[in-house]
Every structure is written in structure tokens, then in C-alpha cells.
Design a protein around this ligand. Structure first.
Ligand SMILES: Nc1ncnc2c1ncn2[C@@H]1O[C@H](COP(=O)(O)OP(=O)(O)O)[C@@H](O)[C@H]1O
Ligand SMILES: [Mg+2]
Length: 271
């Protein structure tokens, strides 16, 4: 059985019409989405802005109840499960968002940010908790001297490491990464992708890796899906299938990235 099964998920948002309350229209954002993620694998969901990626993330995380269809995490449906199961799913299913600064409370130190899930789920002594947090900081490339720092004292890349440390603190099964590397510069992006791949192997983690960045998706994913206007239009079992895809969304994305060296760039100025 797959770790996560997404079955025929559809969802709409009601857009309020302020001028005529009777004319509330609904906008279909997800249309019959089906896929699954196996343990220890990364499913990359590639799509342009507005495709419905974050909505799908929220549905999977139990934050947005879908209009129809179901999500099974380890065989359990979050929206119908009892309190105990929901508590366990919240522990095993973590998330890292794009904007590292807005994901943390600016008044908390790194120590307290990482401590939050541990305090909710683990009954550790003060000394044990501190040791665990230092270990987590070191695991993501930071160290003990960062314990007492506040979010504004970190760079975007460092703060994203803290968000990752918090996400792995309870040894989850699946992490939803919603554009988690998208606002980082190229060097930091590659370093965080390397870290994520190491952690995946070390802890047997699975990822639902959401991105509009074709290179990032190609680097980290085992299987890849293309979300276009709420529909899962393509699914690739292997990177090779994806690489040679002739689908227009993939082709457009491939054409939009500049080759590393100007000599190999195909986009030319007309002037
Ligand atoms: N809470 C909401 N209420 C109404 N419409 C929304 C809401 N969240 C997203 N949308 C709309 O749903 C569509 C998909 O959004 P989103 O899931 O955020 O896409 P993506 O993450 O791929 O950019 C967009 O048209 C967006 O404007
Ligand atoms: Mg989004």
C-alpha cells in the first residue's frame, strides 16, 4: 500500500460577488486528481502559478476539505478519522512552505521554533530537548550558537534550514514542500536540495515536492506529475520519461530556462 493515496480529488472556491450576493460563482481549482506516493520516494508536482498546487497541498495536509474525492494517508482519511488518528497523521505529515520568514513567529528564537512540535508531541526533559534541538540544528548545517538567534538574524536559506529542522524533528513519514526552494538564490537552492535528498535517504522520508521550477523538480523527484489548470495532465514514472516529454507545458518550461553558458542559449534578442 502506498503511503499517500490521492483519489479523484476535486475542489472549488466560491468567489463572492459583492455587487450581487445571489451571483456567487464557484471556480473549479482541482479537477479529479489521482496519484499516490510510495514510502521513501519523492513525487514532484510541477505546475505554473495558479495551477492549484497549494490548494492540493492544503487538501493533503487536512487544511482544506475537498469538495469530492479522498486522501488516504497510511490508509486513513484525515477528514473522517477519529481524534487519535488525526493526531498521529499531524505528526507523520509535516510541511515546509515557500516563505521561510512568514512560516515562523518573529518573536521566537530558533530554539523555540524547533521546540514547538517536540513540546506538543514528545515528553522530553529540558536537557534532552535542548540536546535534540542542537542535534537537529547541526543536521541541517547550523550549530549551537544559532539557538538564541531570532528569525531576522538569519538569511532566507538559513531560516529555511530551521523550518526543515522543525519539520523533521518528529521523524515524520511525509513532508509537503510547497515551493520550499523557490525563493532561494541558485547556490542556496542547490544546497537545500542536497540537504533534502540526504535527509530523505537517512530517514526514509517521502516528499510531495511542489514547484514551478523544472530544474528543481528534475533534481529531487523520483516520479513527476504536471498540474495544469487544476488537472493532472501528465505523470512520469521516471526522470527519463519526463526529460524526453513532448507535452506542451513541459516544453514551455524547458524553453524558459536559460542554458548555463550563453553559447548554448536558444533564446535570442531580436535587437
Ligand atoms: N482561499 C481561496 N479562496 C478563493 N480562491 C482561491 C483561494 N486560494 C486559491 N484560490 C484560487 O485558486 C487557484 C489556484 O490557486 P493555488 O492553489 O494557490 O495555485 P498555485 O499554488 O498552483 O499557484 C487560483 O486561481 C487562486 O486564485
Ligand atoms: Mg502555490
Amino acid at each position: 500500500m502506498s503511503l499517500l493515496q490521492v483519489k479523484e480529488i476535486s475542489h472549488s472556491y466560491r468567489s463572492r460577488n459583492f455587487f450581487n450576493w445571489k451571483k456567487n460563482e464557484s471556480q473549479k481549482v482541482l479537477d479529479n486528481i489521482t496519484f499516490s506516493i510510495d514510502e521513501g520516494t519523492c513525487f514532484g508536482m510541477l505546475g505554473s502559478s495558479g495551477a492549484g498546487k497549494s490548494t492540493l497541498a492544503k487538501v493533503i495536509l487536512g487544511l482544506e476539505k475537498p469538495e469530492s474525492g479522498k486522501v488516504l494517508f497510511q490508509g486513513h482519511n484525515f477528514y473522517t478519522a477519529d481524534k487519535q488518528i488525526r493526531h498521529k497523521i499531524r505528526r507523520d505529515l509535516q510541511v515546509v512552505f515557500q516563505d521561510s520568514y512568514s512560516s515562523v513567529n518573529p518573536r521566537l528564537t530558533a530554539e523555540h521554533i524547533i521546540a514547538e512540535p517536540l513540546e506538543n508531541y514528545e515528553k522530553l526533559t529540558v536537557a534532552e530537548q535542548k540536546r535534540t534541538i542542537i542535534h537537529l540544528l547541526e543536521r541541517v548545517g547550523l550549530n549551537e550558537t544559532d539557538l538564541k538567534k531570532y528569525p531576522h538574524q538569519f538569511s532566507g536559506g538559513q531560516l529555511q534550514r530551521i523550518n526543515i529542522a522543525r519539520a523533521i524533528s518528529l521523524k515524520p513519514k511525509l513532508i509537503v514542500l510547497d515551493e520550499s526552494v523557490s525563493s532561494l538564490d541558485m547556490v542556496n537552492k542547490n544546497l537545500i536540495l542536497d540537504l533534502l535528498m540526504e535527509l530523505k535517504d537517512e530517514f526514509g522520508l517521502s516528499y510531495f515536492f511542489i514547484t514551478h521550477d523544472i530544474k528543481a523538480a528534475y533534481t529531487i523527484s523520483d516520479t513527476i506529475g504536471i498540474l495544469d489548470k487544476g488537472k493532472l495532465v501528465e505523470f512520469y514514472d521516471t526522470k527519463n520519461q519526463f526529460f524526453s516529454s513532448e507535452h506542451h507545458v513541459v516544453k514551455e518550461m524547458r524553453n524558459s530556462i536559460l542554458a548555463e553558458h550563453p553559447r548554448y542559449r536558444t533564446i535570442r534578442s531580436n535587437h
